[in-house]
Write a protein that binds this ligand. Structure first.
Ligand code: MN
Length: 228
């Protein structure tokens, strides 16, 4: 028997409405299990994770079929979620700032890398989140060589909960490099990572320490594989 479970997601007026699972094809024992689950789930309502769930759905839809640079097997959404994990487990932010920082982490590449605009983010998540994501967005109208310094200046002017997202972002990016990157390119990337660690490290000693550790590890790895 084929069970047809329908779960279309729609975003309307800041609310995600999930269509009810069609129960018609279930057997009675399955229906009974379903009722038990629904009762269990009701304990968690109103949904305490609504904002995070909304951010993940929004970013997943925005990034669509994008994958990580140089690795076709990693759907892009795993990167923002990794950044949220860096913030959650390592930033040391006070508990009441963790949720908003995780939402920022999940959304941090939407304006830079997708068709999503600052207005879209503002409509869905409010002005504070939109400003945070905008601060984390490079100004690509500038020459590439000036983009990082200009961006760091804007991030430094923002709250610590915005700064930790950039530290988490770079920590995430240092976990693996695109296979096509040359040694020079990796070296430059490690140099810029040090600039980020120094500029924003005050917002989280722990994320700064992780970043310095990863920079050192990668430099060692590079020196071990010196050609010739
Ligand atoms: Mn990123």
């Amino acid at each position: 028997m084929v069970i047809q479970a329908k779960s279309d997601y729609l975003i309307t007026n800041n609310v995600i409405i999930r269509n009810k699972i069609a129960l018609t094809a279930y057997t009675e024992p399955e229906r009974s299990l379903q009722r038990k689950k629904e009762k269990e789930m009701a304990k968690y309502s109103p949904n305490q994770n609504a904002l995070i769930n909304q951010a993940i759905t929004f970013a997943t839809m925005a990034h669509g079929s994008q994958v990580r640079k140089g690795n076709q097997n990693i759907p892009y959404i795993f990167h923002p979620i990794d950044v949220a994990n860096e913030v959650i487990y390592f930033s040391g932010l006070p508990n009441d700032e963790i949720e908003i920082a995780s939402v920022l982490a999940i959304l941090h590449d939407t304006i830079e890398d997708t068709i999503v605009t600052r207005e879209d983010v503002s409509n869905q998540f409010g002005i504070e989140i939109a400003e945070g994501v905008q601060a984390l967005t490079k100004n690509t109208d500038l020459p590439q060589a000036e983009q990082l310094a200009e961006n760091l200046e804007r991030i430094r002017a923002a709250k610590p909960l915005v700064q930790v997202v950039k530290l988490g972002d770079r920590n995430s990016n240092l976990k693996t490099f695109p296979a096509i990157w040359s040694r020079e390119k990796i070296g430059e990337y490690l140099d810029s990572s040090l600039v980020i660690a120094e500029a924003l490290g005050g917002s989280s000693m722990n994320l700064k320490a992780r970043l310095l550790m990863q920079i050192a590890e990668n430099r060692t790895r590079l020196s071990l594989y010196t050609p010739g």
